[in-house]
Design a protein around this ligand. Structure first.
Ligand code: NAP
Length: 266
């Protein structure tokens, strides 16, 4: 499950309209998994990148090192996205240490899976607090600055589960579906201010999040996926890097499915 940093050749061949020089990005949950791959992909295209972490800040330190190794500015911030008071502090620290955020990637997320019959209020509250209310709180801190400066990108990491549901994930599906409505609404509100707001709905991606899934369930997922395998974090990062780029300036309110064909939108 290692995320490989993009090679120097890969960094050189990206066309100008896909490059992010002079932009500053913030990726929540950039310490590992999909968020780490996103942070590295944005840096490889030229952005300075801040990341947030909670329990995995030692991994975030490594990501910061890799980004600095590419010649970009980077810092990591230890913050709980589910705690609104901490988010105000986060925004202040980000502003002081990496500057104005042009690209916000709301990636941090958790699961607390159980069939609805056994799902507790705590499990519901925890997932909604991080995966939905956390996105509201973080976006609130940064999007108006983007609008004032006339350019910005907000990219929310939703899930295929928010589109089609999944046994044992009522809380997670509700939060991820909520993100889609949130994305489309902000897209409308900020479109004339130079800020695009999009979502990505990954299928099943090889990260720590999947480690809790029984082997049999993984096998079933692979069997249901036309490309016949799980996705890699870098495959989600590629979509984020595109949506963040100047090339994607006419795309807003879109939900990009990256799921190996597992569910095909109408
Ligand atoms: N893997 C999949 O199959 C899949 C599919 C669809 C969507 N997604 C979504 O993709 C995103 C990334 O998931 P992943 O698979 O990469 O999972 P992961 O490997 O478990 O990583 C989750 C990231 O979120 C951070 N995080 C969790 N709770 C946080 C909190 N309260 N405050 C701040 N950061 C927090 C973690 O930080 P620390 O490690 O520092 O604690 C970590 O960096 C999530 O939104 C997830 O729902 C994943």
């Amino acid at each position: 499950m290692a995320t490989v940093a993009p090679s120097e050749t890969e960094q050189r061949i990206v066309l100008p309209e896909f490059r992010l020089e002079g932009k500053t990005a913030l990726v929540t949950g950039g310490s590992r998994g999909i968020g780490k791959a996103i942070a590295l992909a944005l840096a490889a295209r030229g952005a300075d990148v801040g990341i947030t972490c909670l329990t995995g800040c030692k991994f975030a330190e490594d990501v910061r090192g890799q980004i600095r190794g590419m010649g970009r500015k980077s810092e990591y911030f230890s913050h709980d996205v589910g705690d609104a008071a901490e988010i105000v502090k986060l925004a202040k620290e980000v502003g002081e240490q990496i500057g104005d955020v042009d690209i916000l990637v709301n990636n941090a997320g958790i699961t607390r899976d159980r069939s609805f019959k056994k799902m507790t209020q705590e499990m519901w509250d925890a997932v909604i607090a991080v995966n939905l209310t956390g996105v509201f709180a973080v976006t609130k801190q940064f999007i108006d600055g983007m609008a004032d400066r006339g350019w910005g990108r907000v990219i929310n990491i939703s899930s295929i589960v928010g589109e089609v549901g999944n046994f044992g994930q009522a809380n997670y599906a509700a939060a991820k579906a909520g993100l889609i409505g949130f994305t489309k609404t902000l897209a409308r509100e900020y479109a004339r201010k130079g800020v695009t707001v999009n979502a990505i709905a990954p299928g099943f991606i090889r990260t720590r999040m999947l480690q809790e899934m029984p082997e049999k369930a993984i096998e079933a997922v692979v069997n249901m996926t036309p490309v016949g395998r799980l996705g890699e974090p870098t495959e989600i990062a590629a979509g984020v890097a595109f949506l963040a780029s100047p090339a994607a300036s006419y795309i807003t309110g879109h939900v990009l499915d990256i799921n190996g064909g597992m569910a095909m939108g109408g």
